[in-house]
Write a protein that binds this ligand. Sequence first.
Ligand code: NAP
Length: 554
Amino acid sequence: MTTATPSSILDQKRYDVIVVGAGFGGMYAVHRFREMGLSVLGVEAGGDVGGVWYWNRYPGARCDLMSLDYSYSFSPEIEQAWTWTEQFAAQPEILAYANFVADRLALRDLYAFNTRVVRADFIKARNLWRLELDQGQVLETTYCVMATGPLSIPKGVPFEGAADFQGEIYLAAKWPQEEVSFAGKRVGLVGTGSTGIQIVPEVAKTAAELVVFQRTPSFTMPMRNVPIDPDYAAEIKRNYAGMRQGARNSAIGGVRPQSTRPFFSVAPAQRLALMEDAWKQGGLAFLGTFADLLTNAEANEQVAEFVRGKISEVVKDPETAEKLKPRGYPIFARRPCLDTGYYEAFNAPHVRLHDCLSDPIDRLSPAGIKTAAGEVELDVLIFATGYDGLTGALLNLEVTGREGLRLRDVWQDGPVSHLGLMVAGFPNFFTVAGPNGPAALANLILLDQQNVDWIVEAIEHMRRHQLTAMEPSPAAQEAWLETIQALAQLTLVSKANTWYTGGNIAGKPRGLSMYTGGYLRYAEACRLAAETYDAFQFQSLAKPAEKRASELAQ
Ligand code: NAP
């Protein structure tokens, strides 16, 4: 469904706040700012709400967080009115939920859809942001809130020759709205991350032939998705508040089994029994089996070996099984995938694994894919090659702050900000789920809400004290970066070449820029920062010189 943007929405040129993005973060931001009484406009490149769930309509798309948890917690009415049908919801249900919320809160009237912000400049003399849109309009706003999401700029087709290919080409991350048929076709899929792993079993159901081009194998575990029992859903609805409290007090900001038991504290036979049990339970159970899977390399390797053993148990052809086994990086250092019949799909005679490590893709050809050793003829190509994550969307437009400072330059060695919320030199410019927060390591809907609530509070603080602009001090930003780097040393997450570390994009600065201390500690750091705002510099109408919040009466 595409919602046309009424031309009148862009007739107004000056706003208190412009929110970029209509994913779960942007929708909530627009709602909160309107409740505050601010004039607010949302700008969204897509045709409707939903963000990543609007674009990712590929077959098999499904969330790997539990539906009951991956949902807004700010409105008891919405919680009671919406009922999830599956433990792990599929994309259509999540998109329907986003639409349900947008209808209920009448959010669409505040959005310009099919519209992209192409540049944002801070105009110091007027203390406002000037936003340029792709159709040429210029808007002005006091506060600029970027709810652009950590995964919104697809890496696309990373090979030459796409224009030569005579068949159909699809990007998983920009899947068409109309149905795509694979019946009787020879399909090639490039990419075996969370996305590719979800696509394989679905396409295998109807394609005449499926060739999976794998470079780095992923670890994946059975999702074992089930419908949500209505009695259980009703019970959760009665106890939502308690469940949300538990999520807020956890490391990922969501319901996930947790363990305090180190791997080697358990006898080998019992360890094996626990791993077997977690495999049978499926879903996220595995991560709750032992406490030190992301910090103890030896424990991690033993679990990795257990999963490799499972691959051999499922995949009948030993050569294919060997190629599917991930090696050389810790399990869970890449986002752990949850699948439904991924390894099983390779037992079908029409599904074949092409190992790009031994025979890399050279380019696309009119007939298919040319590799170093030959050519694979195909009718359809699907690229599930990932994203320019975390910073991609923010650097995809030109952002200039005070004195013409370019975000691109400030972030040339990697993103720096305070709390993933604000960048020194960019007054009144806020990022939701920004690259120096827990971002992809947390339940994003909860993180979106927490970030937006923090921004709302900061703006209320400024208005209460007649402050006109805020930005973090460079020292606070530096200290936050040091915290991130110190924490990164403690985890195995930085040990794999992934979008987490920028390793998937040529020329991108390498390093773990996300906060790995967990949602709870992160939220506490944000809360403390808002107690004094000591880490921020403010401009005031009454006193134009920069001043710190602690100088102000609370
Ligand atoms: P991804 O994890 O970055 O995987 C991209 C895949 O494309 C990798 O297998 C990569 O191989 C391959 N690739 C990239 N360039 C290539 C090239 N030139 N030649 C051969 N292979 C190439 O991306 P994703 O699967 O879209 O997942 C991204 C994130 O989205 C996930 O980590 C997750 O956070 C989120 N997601 C979540 C769900 C869910 O909730 N279930 C589903 C989908 C996505 P290399 O590793 O060798 O580069």
